[in-house]
Design a protein around this ligand. Sequence first.
Ligand code: SF4
Length: 284
Amino acid sequence: MSQSSLFDNIQPERPNKLGHSDISYKEVSTILNKTSGFMAGYDFSLNPYSGCAFGCSYCYAAFFVRDTEQRDQWGYWVTVKENALALLKKIRHKPITDKTVYMSSVTDPYQPIERKIELTRDILKELLNYHQPRLVIQTRSPIAARDIDLFKQFKVIQVNITITTDSEKVRKVFEPLCPGNNARLAAIKEINEASINSCITMTPLLPIEDPHVFAKSLLETGIKKFIIQPFHKDRGSFTAGTREEAMKLFKEFEWDTNRYHEVEKIIKSYIPDIGIGKDGFAPI
Ligand code: SF4
């Protein structure tokens, strides 16, 4: 289905359910939001969706949700900002060229619904043709590789893919609804090989089975830019069962602040220029 058919109202297909997620559609008042906090260095954040079907157990975005039921159901609902494109079209006369845009800060722009409705892709086309901002894309999804043709046309762009662990066992406890590690590594490799400025974000770094093998596998992608930051095990929206599993893994991997620093040191021995936390996320 082409994007214009959904958002220009010619035969709209609007799934209300996709996999485990309920999908709803809403008009919003703004699509470019002034940043603050961690993202304060950027001019705008751009979130095509609210909610996120990836539902990572440590996701801080969940805590910004006012509705407590939605907060508890984080990962199981997504709202499509159906007028996102229309809002961007309205500001064509006032291009945000040279502004820094971070897509996305509280959702994943390449979560499963994107494959069906291509809202992020349409937004990229609009940004490309009328704005050319300095764009950073942040995702955990291999679907991002679909848009290499568009990424190539941005003058200033960086695509970040998050890889949090080398262990599928760990990934399945902390990010059970996310794509697997190998698929993410393959996607960022493909994007990088298309000569697009690419970055692997270990944000947060979860328990690691073998930091030496992990660091080598990161370098094998050909990526030159990396960002790392610790996981805070006291923050997060674990359910009782998940928390038990997570605690077992912390024990098994002897994962605490000391172990994090040991692993970080090993990774840094392979990747000396690694960006740390907020500084690593500074705008391009
Ligand atoms: S992919 Fe990002 S926004 Fe989505 S749940 Fe995970 S951390 Fe949160």
